[in-house]
Write a protein that binds this ligand. Structure first.
Ligand code: F0G
Length: 455
């Protein structure tokens, strides 16, 4: 049989609740048309994020019971450290409560005001943590990476010519290079080993280290196996190890490819930043052998880092987004192509051509998906990235997309069949979807708390 199945059976279930369209309309009004303000129990399929929302395995739950909660030197820390070392080859391992804490600590000790840090695309928190320290984040993804319908096997690759120019012209301002695998922007587009190697060589010629934002390293390794010439016979683990071997360190959110509900780490090849990072860790996260996590969390991550590299799991994982994407494309729905590792992006301007950008088509589509099927996605568009300026005018983002991000090992194929049906049914009556307007907003990150009304 050709069907790619969920390579697990279910041992413990969590009910999800079907609601009526009338109830959803009421809940959405109460939430001021903002899906972030909904109660999760009123959502049927929650595709808000793949971060911290995955299901743990029986082995991980066993690890939870075995967690050693000693303040210093817990056995769980040493199991965690061994798992990270085995994967990355980096000797220095610093646990943190999640990815952004790893970023904040690393950037505090390794950058200074006026620096520039290039990447393919910095994630929001990475960008914000750099800017907070007066550092300029530079997104240098290849041009195909910005074109929703450009077909390229590695749309997450960094544009080496632009990195070269940066290093030649302003090398003194660059403390290190970064790269995000997979590139979250665009739904988890992969970076090839070839690109990673060339980036490393370029940085090395200028004496600069390379730091990987490794949140979705396993999904990236599987894309390399499936798409990069000469890689098909290797295991995802061997490929992941090679990815880490090309860099000098990483920041990690274990809420993604750590298959855990919380956690993160910094791992480094040499000692340079380690002592300063540990000093800062003690100040805000905790002692160096727990870093803001419980011993049981460290156990869950140690096991998750192994399980995530199982080939059957990764085949199923990448097939999930591809499967939903195929159904949507067959029904004429415009999405970001090809689908990436953890999400499908709908192109809201194509879906709702009757709406003007002032009516926030991405947001309107998010609301409509909830009303139509109880599905929660997130707008990646002009509410998230636009701004109301002091003179009262608005700025708009260059795309209005809706991200449907998939929790790991949580939903089954019939959930995705349901999602595809709901989206295609909505597409058939897209003209009825109303636009929205902002009624109240905060100055920063307005999408989280904004209140909206129908336009
Ligand atoms: N880097 C990337 C590429 C991410 O996608 C995220 C989180 C982080 C860093 C920060 O990690 O949440 O553990 O502090 N992404 C989530 C998302 C929130 O929905 O894409 P964190």
């Amino acid at each position: 049989p050709r069907t790619v199945i969920e390579p697990f059976r279910v041992k413990s279930v969590e009910p999800i609740r079907l609601t009526t369209p009338e109830e959803r309309a009421r809940r959405l009004e109460e939430a001021k048309l903002n899906p972030f303000r909904l109660r999760a129990e009123d959502v049927l399929l929650d595709f808000l994020t793949d971060s911290g929302t995955g299901a743990m395995s029986a082995r991980q739950w066993g690890g939870i019971m075995a967690g050693d909660e000693s303040y210093a030197g817990a056995a769980s820390f040493f199991r965690f450290e061994a798992a990270v070392r085995d994967l990355t080859g980096y000797p220095f391992v610093i646990p943190t409560h999640q990815g952004r804490a790893a970023e904040r600590i690393l950037f505090s000790v390794a950058t200074k005001r006026g620096d520039v840090v290039p990447s393919n695309t910095h994630f929001d928190t990475t960008r914000a943590n750099l800017e907070y320290g007066g550092v300029e984040p530079l997104d240098l993804v290849i041009p195909e990476g910005l074109e929703p319908r450009a077909r390229h096997p590695f749309k997450g690759n960094i544009d080496l010519a632009r990195v070269e120019r940066l290093l030649a012209e302003q090398g003194g301002r660059v403390p290190f290079g970064m790269i995000t695998v997979t590139n979250n922007s665009g739904g988890g587009q992969p970076v090839s080993l070839e690109n990673l190697r060339a980036y490393r060589d370029l940085l090395r010629r200028h004496g600069k280290p390379l730091v990987v934002d490794a949140c979705r390293f396993a999904e990236n390794a599987m894309f390399v196996k499936l798409r990069e010439p000469g890689q098909a016979a290797r295991t995802p683990k061997a490929i992941a190890r090679e990815m880490f071997s090309l860099a000098d360190g990483c920041t990690m959110s274990a809420k993604k490819d750590g298959l855990a509900n919380i956690g993160g780490f910094i791992a480094l090849r040499d000692e340079r930043w380690v002592e300063a990072a540990r000093n800062l860790l003690v100040l805000t996260e905790g002692f160096p052998t727990y870093g803001g996590l419980a011993g049981r969390d460290l156990e869950a991550i140690a096991i998750g880092l192994e399980e995530v590299l199982e080939e059957d799991y990764l085949r199923y994982r990448l097939r999930t987004a591809e499967y939903l994407g195929e159904k949507l494309l067959a029904g004429g729905v415009a999405i970001v192509e090809p689908t990436g590792g953890h999400a499908v992006y709908l192109d809201a301007r194509a879906f709702l051509p009757h709406l003007r950008r002032e009516e926030y088509p991405g947001w309107a589509l998010c609301d409509a998906l909830y009303l139509a099927g109880g599905i929660r996605g997130v707008e990646i568009g002009s509410v998230m990235f636009g701004k109301r300026l002091d003179d009262g005018t608005e700025t708009y983002h260059h795309h209005d997309l809706v991200r449907l991000a998939f929790p790991r090992r949580v939903y089954t194929q019939s959930h995705f069949d349901y999602a595809a049906e709901a989206i295609l049914e909505l597409a058939a009556r897209a003209r009825e979807v109303r636009g929205v307007r902002l009624v109240r907003q905060s100055r920063y990150l307005r999408h989280f708390t904004a209140e909206l009304a129908w336009a």
